[in-house]
Design a protein around this ligand. Structure first.
Ligand SMILES: *[C@@H]1O[C@H](CO)[C@@H](O)[C@H](O)[C@H]1NC(C)=O
Ligand SMILES: *[C@@H]1O[C@H](CO)[C@@H](O)[C@H](O)[C@H]1NC(C)=O
Ligand SMILES: *[C@@H]1O[C@H](CO)[C@@H](O)[C@H](O)[C@H]1NC(C)=O
Ligand SMILES: *[C@@H]1O[C@H](CO)[C@@H](O)[C@H](O)[C@H]1NC(C)=O
Ligand SMILES: *[C@@H]1O[C@H](CO)[C@@H](O)[C@H](O)[C@H]1NC(C)=O
Ligand SMILES: *[C@@H]1O[C@H](CO)[C@@H](O)[C@H](O)[C@H]1NC(C)=O
Ligand SMILES: *[C@@H]1O[C@H](CO)[C@@H](O)[C@H](O)[C@H]1NC(C)=O
Ligand SMILES: *[C@@H]1O[C@H](CO)[C@@H](O)[C@H](O)[C@H]1NC(C)=O
Ligand SMILES: *[C@@H]1O[C@H](CO)[C@@H](O)[C@H](O)[C@H]1NC(C)=O
Ligand SMILES: *[C@@H]1O[C@H](CO)[C@@H](O)[C@H](O)[C@H]1NC(C)=O
Ligand SMILES: *[C@@H]1O[C@H](CO)[C@@H](O)[C@H](O)[C@H]1NC(C)=O
Ligand SMILES: *[C@@H]1O[C@H](CO)[C@@H](O)[C@H](O)[C@H]1NC(C)=O
Length: 379
């Protein structure tokens, strides 16, 4: 939820003797779908004079460009723009920004009622979307990377056997897949033809788990679950793509496992063993200046180890994939607020789209499941 935390001022327009509220050094940025009109080459005053009785909000940019909204979008942010100004010409302040589906019970009910489709896969683990409308997973024991159509789960492409060792995890970044092996290597795999481009090695890597990328791929972070560390690699070559170990961060809990990257300096990490979630904040990606903060524990609703992966939805709720416990949902304070499960389900990983289409890798029924609750969040 976003609130108007900026100071609100107003100007008096003498001609009509009305007072127009505004926020200095700020503009309204729509998140959900909205319509607006952009007018160039007008000063802010000209723009406001031109604003008709239907304009609820007007952004004045410092370059003589303004943007007029007849409706304030349901979801928006107010962002700082030096010398910009956000006006409310009708003297009506917008409602607080809202997420699309604030009622979790409704979301869960729709998911439970929706029909699901699935595809069989043995020993599946992580799930990832590529940027071409596919969802990928691995068959850990058969050592295969499998790419499915994200809409109907038809198998689109499958690699040949990638390793003599079992596969532990998989991530997708910028056209390539990254697959960890139980031989403590990470394979870089071309996303188009699924051949191995390179192998990332480090003597510090013990049981590779989730991976994520920062600074446009200059940095790769990998969970090293066997020695309770996060390993930071830096990219040493773009062609052929290659990464080498830079430094490591010990974690304060057992078995770091799933990652959720928020931005270039912030990520969440799950503890597989403790069913907890920690956040990491980097002051500088290229040295060891990270801080670790405990976020929440799923132990009250999921008492035994299986803290696989975590996602956050558009309403700031945490969806924690917890194996046989299914998915447990927590609010931003870490209190349990809901649960999603199916018969004979053990969730290794899950993906959630903006419209609450959910994909589950289910190691118990040996399949990937897709459930579409038919929502329209219009992002
Ligand atoms: C804005 O003004 C500049 C300079 O006078 C002109 O080149 C440009 O075409 C104008 N743009 C519009 C949208 O009127
Ligand atoms: C004033 O706004 C209308 C649309 O609301 C636009 O058609 C017109 O060109 C604008 N006038 C100027 C001077 O930009
Ligand atoms: C003015 O700034 C806005 C916001 O940065 C930008 O979207 C727009 O293209 C700019 N307009 C011109 C004419 O440079
Ligand atoms: C705020 O929400 C109320 C209730 O949904 C609605 O009637 C009203 O038009 C909204 N106000 C604005 C400025 O959008
Ligand atoms: C789900 O199905 C149940 C039983 O048929 C029904 O009562 C409930 O309203 C449905 N929920 C939604 C969100 O459609
Ligand atoms: C799963 O493994 C069994 C036994 O090896 C095999 O018969 C079956 O074809 C596999 N299924 C898939 C979808 O790979
Ligand atoms: C997935 O399948 C649908 C339905 O057959 C098709 O329209 C779509 O193009 C496919 N997507 C991809 C990425 O192949
Ligand atoms: C991946 O393979 C495709 C097809 O051979 C090729 O066009 C592309 O350049 C390759 N990408 C990388 C990063 O090697
Ligand atoms: C896949 O792409 C890579 C990189 O472009 C290339 O070296 C390799 O020959 C391709 N493999 C196949 C089977 O096309
Ligand atoms: C990693 O090790 C493998 C096998 O030992 C080797 O083929 C590969 O070249 C190494 N990769 C790098 C980047 O050193
Ligand atoms: C990459 O890591 C090595 C080893 O820690 C370091 O010497 C080098 O400066 C790093 N590169 C960048 C761009 O930080
Ligand atoms: C993790 O769980 C174990 C077993 O319950 C417990 O002994 C340990 O203190 C926990 N560690 C943390 C950091 O919570």
């Amino acid at each position: 939820m976003h609130t108007l935390v900026f100071a609100l001022f107003s100007i008096n327009v003498l001609v009509s003797s009305i007072s127009i509220p505004f926020i200095d050094n700020a503009v309204l940025v729509p998140v959900s779908i909205s319509t607006s009109t952009i007018i160039q080459n007008l000063t802010c005053d000209q723009c406001l004079c031109n604003a008709t009785s239907s304009q609820l909000a007007v952004n004045c940019f410092p370059n003589d460009t303004c943007q007029m909204f007849t409706n304030v979008p349901r979801t928006y942010t107010i962002e700082t723009v030096a010398n910009g100004r956000l006006y409310f010409p009708q003297q009506i302040l917008p409602n607080a920004s809202q997420c699309c589906m604030p009622d979790l019970d409704e979301v869960l009910s729709k998911l439970q009622n929706a029909t699901s489709i699935y595809v069989s896969i043995n020993n599946s683990r992580c799930l990832a979307f590529d940027n071409q409308g596919h969802v990928a997973s691995i068959d850990s024991a058969a050592k295969l990377l499998k790419i499915f159509n994200a809409t109907n789960l038809a198998l689109t492409l499958q690699s040949s056997s990638l390793s003599t060792s079992s596969l532990t995890n998989m991530a997708y970044y910028d056209g390539n897949y990254y697959v960890g092996t139980s031989a403590n290597t990470i394979l870089i795999i071309n996303g188009t033809n699924l051949t191995i481009i390179n192998t990332i090695n480090s003597s510090s890597l013990s049981g590779p788990r989730d991976m994520t990328f920062m600074d446009n791929g200059s940095i790769m972070i990998a969970a090293s679950t066997g020695n309770n560390k996060l390993l930071i690699f830096n990219r040493t070559s773009v062609a052929p793509l290659s990464y080498s170990f830079a430094y490591q961060l010990p974690v304060s809990y057992a078995y770091p496992h799933g990652f959720l990257r928020i931005n270039d300096s912030f990520l969440y990490v799950t503890s597989w063993f403790n069913n907890t979630v920690y956040s990491y904040n980097a002051l500088n990606l290229y040295n060891m200046s990270w801080t670790e903060t405990f976020d929440f524990s799923a132990i009250p609703v999921a008492p035994s180890s299986n803290g696989n992966h975590i996602q956050i939805d558009e309403c700031d709720r945490r969806w924690f994939s917890l194996g046989n416990y299914g998915i447990k949902i927590f609010n931003s304070s870490g209190s349990p607020i809901g649960s999603f499960t199916l018969a004979n389900l053990s969730v290794f990983d899950s993906l959630l789209t903006d419209n609450y289409v959910i994909y589950l890798s289910d190691t118990s029924s040996k399949r990937i499941i897709r459930i579409d609750p038919n929502m329209d969040c219009q992002y």
